[in-house]
Design a protein around this ligand. Sequence first.
Ligand SMILES: [Zn+2]
Length: 219
Amino acid sequence: MKTIVLTFDDASKSHLEVAVPVLKKYGFNATFFISLPEVWLNECPAGYLSHDEIAELYKMGFELGNHTMNHHVLTALDDDGIRREISMCNDFFRKIGAPEAVSFAYPGGPYAPNGAKIIPESGLKYARTTEHALWTCETDPMRIPCYSVCNKQLANFSEGLELLGDRDDAALVLLYHGVPDIAHAHCSTDAEIFAEHMKYLYDNGYKVISMREYGEMLK
Ligand SMILES: [Zn+2]
């Protein structure tokens, strides 16, 4: 079966308000990567999910992934700085009663070799970059590629699907930010376009699952 691993980054309020109803309609799963700057520990600004809304996502059966607390690019941190960023995000998940995270996404996107050494220490098994390729059993689980889709990079949707073709021994990982993204216009995807993409996947028989689910299937 053709498999899409669907991921969302940065806790946009539109993930719950716009994306989730579409995912539910089609029976799709997904991973939501949460980054929550420390200054938001009491209250998140407008445009972002509140703590309760983040909790709502896992209660509905979606996966919450660790995207570090403060979203610093890992290459700019030392080993203890990386440990701190990962553990603060995990502490937040514990606080809201979420299951222990197994999926990670590199803040800012690119692979960070210094991070790849540290990430597995805290039980994280799968780490997503933004390199263009498919996820197969030969992929380094600390370097899972993906295609990032937004209004300005719409071709990535069709290019990723073309690369996947009819293969049933690989998955295409897709990444969306907000649908739309009020805080980051440069990576926003219009709600209508997002809905069209999901309809296309449904109509064409793709299985759409979370990172955790595909990682477990590959074992
Ligand atoms: Zn991010």
